[in-house]
Write a protein that binds this ligand. Structure first.
Ligand SMILES: [Zn+2]
Length: 390
């Protein structure tokens, strides 16, 4: 796979080799089902395969076609998400079929990427099945699902299934360490917070995200002495830092729209605008989830310390080689120690479960600023109210 992300090769070596071979021997199948969780490299491989299909220079990754693919604005690559909460609507698939029968606009092929394939049901699924059975020769499909067992078996049987396996924790740490050029302790902390290598690498290589982490650590450090106003101000400052990459992304999306507007039909333009809006909302949410995960990791380490679960490593002067440390925030050790000394385990557990409440708020589209304020004010209350101070 000539995709320029070296870490995808490291993350999914077998998938990359598979597609490279299929491409060079001209055996790319017309329908694939990619199966795997977020962060396993699915998006990157979709991009790589799309470049194989669209690029006149052998998936060079740098020509105009490849750049358009990477930016998600190639006119022959159609990316579908379910339009209703319950799934794909029949009109979406009818539109897809109409598009599929028309020839490609600038490349030799057309590609349809269908996210959340488990949400293809009833009429929509039946309509898609017909075209999957006998696709026009220039048309390719990549369906994506977390788990093949959730997808209608009639759909699965018409696709070549490509599993994206989550790497082991040790392997994932190694990947993050190399891709983000960080110490093992930072890789471990980011991976714990992010849950998958791709998000961990993004966190570690984004300056704003690192800045947010530093501000969160600083706030947690002075949480026991801070009053409500200190906390609200700190939460607002964190929100402003988070806004920076969102603004940058919004600008680049706006210029993308400007560049492509003459070239797209008004329906396609409308679609792109909607897609961009979704991207911005998703970015906001992802950042909020990242910060919840950072706080969660700190509290978790503090709880391990407060309950003595970390005893095995603090007892011995040196860590036993090969033994897995239970603590994940080695880079914020002092804060965790302080929290473990100033809060009871009960308070720490209450604060941890409060984070889940905030998680709920975020999924319900509350503004980022109010989420952050509620998060830190609430955590202070859980940790230090009702004389839980030791
Ligand atoms: Zn190219």
């Amino acid at each position: 796979m000539s995709h320029d992300n070296a870490h995808i090769r490291a993350l999914q070596p077998r998938v990359c080799t598979f597609f490279q071979r299929a491409y060079t021997t001209q055996h790319l199948s017309q329908s694939y089902l990619f199966i795997g969780a977020d962060g396993t490299g699915i998006d990157e491989v979709v991009c790589g395969v799309a470049q194989m299909l669209m690029c006149p220079h052998g998936a060079c990754t740098s020509c105009e076609a490849c750049t358009r693919v990477a930016r998600g604005v190639h006119p022959d690559v159609h990316i579908l998400q379910p339009e209703s909460a319950s799934g794909y609507v029949i009109a979406q698939i009818e539109d897809l079929i109409e598009q599929a029968w028309r020839g490609p606009i600038c490349a030799q092929n057309k590609l349809f990427v269908i996210h959340k394939a488990q949400l293809l049901r009833d009429n929509a699924a039946n309509a898609l099945l017909k075209i999957l059975e006998e696709p026009p020769s220039h048309t390719h499909f990549i369906l994506i699902a977390r788990d093949a067992s959730l997808v209608l078996s009639t759909i699965v049987s018409r696709c070549q299934c490509i599993p994206f396996v989550m790497p082991t924790r040790a392997r994932a740490e190694e990947l993050v360490e190399h891709a983000a050029h960080v110490e093992p302790a930072s890789a471990k902390a980011a991976l714990y917070a992010a849950q998958n290598p791709k998000r961990a690498i993004a966190m570690l290589t984004c300056p704003a995200s690192q800045d947010v982490r530093a501000q969160i650590i600083a706030l947690m450090q002075r949480m026991h002495t801070a009053d409500s106003w200190d906390i609200i101000e700190a939460a607002d400052a964190i929100g402003e830092t988070m806004q920076l990459p969102v603004d940058t992304e919004a600008q680049s999306l706006a210029s993308e729209l400007e560049h492509t507007k003459d070239f797209l039909s008004s329906a396609a333009k409308k679609q792109l605008e909607l897609k961009q809006k979704r991207q911005i909302t998703a970015l906001h949410k992802a950042q909020l989830f990242d910060s919840l995960d950072m706080v969660r990791a700190l509290l978790r380490d503090a709880l391990c310390m407060a309950t003595g679960m970390d005893a095995q490593e603090t007892d011995g002067a040196t860590e036993v080689p090969g033994s897995e440390s239970v603590l994940v925030c080695a880079d914020a050790h002092d804060v965790c120690v302080l929290l473990s000394q100033t809060c009871t385990p009960t308070a720490l557990i209450a604060a941890l479960s409060f984070i889940d409440t905030i998680h709920e708020y975020i999924t319900r589209n509350v503004t980022p600023q109010s989420c952050l304020e509620a998060l830190f004010v609430g955590i202070k209350e859980k940790l230090y109210a009702s004389s839980t101070t030791r």
